[in-house]
Design a protein around this ligand. Structure first.
Ligand code: SF4
Length: 177
């Protein structure tokens, strides 16, 4: 992988912070899955979330084949008085950037797996569970759906999670080999 070339290309995007990470340092936690199950309204409603993504153990196995990882954030400012649509629009921008970064990695690597932020929102209504995902090439499972506590991973690599009023930090994690 030509990391210098890749980093020069990545610099063209509005990425706040990034780190190349060691996939072996990722923790896959049943506790995170418990939070999905008990607190997230998207649990059982999307192909990008549990239980559709498989057990935490299956997610871990899927990730073990990758030799490298790339974690990055984008930051968006949202009007606190605005509605949720504005926050969602900033997320869609993050997802588009994630797709383009994925394509850059695909030029350099054999295989790339992408996990991104929250439940997939490409379709107005997810096809789960009655039919297959309509856009498997564009859909990225939520990082937490794999049992990964992304804030802990970010902290380990010095990436900030900015949680201020009116600021949203979006994360994506690419695994490659
Ligand atoms: S692309 Fe559509 S069908 Fe697939 S996970 Fe996203 S919302 Fe569901």
């Amino acid at each position: 992988m030509n990391r210098e070339k890749l980093e020069a290309q990545i610099a063209q995007y509005p990425i706040c912070e990034y780190a190349f990470i060691d996939p072996k340092k990722i923790s896959f936690l049943e506790n995170v899955r418990y939070i999905c199950r008990t607190e997230c309204p998207q649990y059982g409603k999307s192909w990008s979330c549990p239980p559709a993504v498989g057990t935490v153990e299956e997610c871990k196995k899927r990730c073990e084949i990758y030799t490298g990882g790339f974690l990055f954030t984008t930051i968006a400012e949202v009007d606190l008085m605005g509605d949720m649509e504005e926050a969602l629009a900033t997320r869609m921008e993050h997802e588009e950037i994630t797709r383009e970064i994925r394509n850059l990695f695909l030029e350099e690597c054999k295989e790339v797996r992408v996990l991104s932020t929250e439940s997939c929102a490409i379709c107005e209504e997810c096809a789960y569970p009655d039919g297959p995902c309509r856009h498997p090439e564009k859909m990225f499972p939520c990082i937490e759906s794999y049992g990964i506590l992304v804030t802990e991973l970010a902290e380990r690599y010095g990436i900030q999670f900015i949680s201020e009023a009116g600021v949203v930090t979006w994360f994506s994690l690419l695994l490659y080999t």
